[in-house]
Write a protein that binds this ligand. Structure first.
Ligand code: PMP
Length: 404
């Protein structure tokens, strides 16, 4: 069967873009002229492609924590957390994060991707994992690693989840429900209270990936669960230090029993060297800033609202929170790559998502706001998007499945 809008069409479009100098991936960042900006191979642009939501990656206190740890402890642990990779800085980070998230225990991993792969050890044969269709690739890979049967429910659709939970119960399997707090591609929130209620009624375990909401959402920054008033119904939280924390690494947080299980049976973490000490020290310093300085979250929310206000004027739906992620439907892969390039040349560095990372036939451009941006940056983004709107298709994005 010919593939007119899937991965093969994406590769063909990327090849065409390469020939005209518009290939978007692996572009070299050659410097940071100022907060919220980068040089992309010498071209000065607003960085609207980064997950450094609070601008902490460049914060002098976070930089200095990393530098001091590099001087005192060196650049690597050179071993897995089980034997040689748990240093005092890692223990301190795990302890303070557990305290911040109001969870008894935390496991640290070297990336957020690995933290999610580690979840596979919870997906035994006696389980049925039921996952939102739009979960991140790292969670999909965890599903593929475990022996549990898995099904996907329609994005944010509790009625479909309820049906799959019934089926799992009918088969005598113990359910695990898997979703994200704020979704990585569109920034929309999961309907967590409904999902938590259903999981609870079926005696299921609820796992929520908070990569795009922990640190920036909720009165204390504990994420979508705190914001929506259902955090105690979440059994395991996964997260990353590479976004709001401006560092690197990932984690799982939950009960002492579950986390100990993951520590001793989670292959993705056990068999890989620990976070390098400078990275752990940076994450720890960032955690203290997130905990002690709620005003950073307020700055981000104000800038995100400014972007949503402006986009609403040109016909985009407002999200139900000050999401720092805005995703513009951008037609097929060729149209998306063209628009990406026009935006770059107009000074805005966006992130293109093409099938299979986006729904088949519907490529996307993702813009991310960070607290490092200024109002002038947001206004410039709005001006550029405003000029492009007639070429951007605004229909159908939320309904389409992402097949990865
Ligand atoms: N979960 C989600 C929802 C993500 O968006 C990402 C990264 N894009 C990850 C996990 C992986 O995090 P990391 O980049 O730290 O490996």
């Amino acid at each position: 069967m010919s593939d007119v809008s899937g991965p093969a069409a994406t590769l063909a479009a990327l090849n065409r873009a390469r020939q005209t100098g518009g290939y978007p991936f692996f572009r070299r960042i050659t410097g940071q002229p100022g907060p919220g900006e980068v040089f992309v191979e010498g071209l000065r642009v607003i960085n609207a492609a980064s997950g450094d939501y609070l601008g902490l990656a460049a914060d002098p206190r976070v930089r200095e924590a990393a530098a001091a740890a590099a001087r005192e402890l060196g650049a690597s642990c050179s071993g897995s957390p089980v034997v040689i990779g748990t240093w005092s800085v890692h223990a301190q980070l795990a302890e303070e994060l557990a305290d911040f998230l109001h969870r008894p225990a935390v496991l640290l991993s070297t990336t957020g991707y690995q933290a999610n792969l580690t979840l596979a050890c919870l997906f035994g044969e006696d389980r049925a994992v039921i996952a939102d269709r739009h979960i991140h690739a790292s969670l999909v890979d965890a599903l593929r690693l475990g022996p549990a049967k898995y099904r996907r429910f329609r994005h944010n659709a509790p009625d479909h989840l309820a049906r799959l939970l019934e089926e799992a119960s009918g088969q005598g399997l113990s359910p695990v429900v898997l979703t994200e707090g704020a979704f990585s591609l569109g920034g929309e929130l999961a309907v967590l209270p409904e999902i938590a209620d259903l999981a609870g009624r079926h005696g299921g375990m609820l796992i929520v990936d908070g990569a795009h909401d922990i640190g920036i959402l909720g009165p204390s920054g504990r994420g979508a669960g705190e914001h929506l008033g259902c955090e105690q119904d979440i059994d395991v939280l996964s997260g990353t230090f590479s976004k709001a924390f401006g560092a690197g690494g990932g984690y799982l947080a939950g009960s002492t029993e579950l986390i100990e299980h993951c520590r001793l049976l989670g292959r993705a973490t056990m068999y890989s060297a620990s976070m390098p000490p400078p990275t752990a020290a940076a994450a720890l310093r960032a955690l203290r800033i997130i905990r002690d300085e709620p005003e950073q979250r307020a700055v981000l929310a104000r800038l995100a609202d400014r972007l949503h206000d402006g986009l609403a004027e040109v016909g985009y739906d407002r999200p139900n929170w000050a999401s720092p992620i805005v995703t513009l439907p951008a037609g097929d892969a060729d149209q998306c790559l063209h628009t990406w390039r026009v935006m770059l040349e107009a000074g805005v560095f966006a992130a293109p998502f093409l099938p299979p990372a986006a729904p088949t036939g519907q490529s996307l451009l993702r813009l991310s706001v960070t607290a490092a941006h200024t109002e002038a940056h947001i206004d410039h983004i709005l001006e550029v998007v405003g000029q492009l709107v007639p070429t951007v298709d605004t229909t159908g994005v939320a309904a389409a499945p992402i097949p990865c």
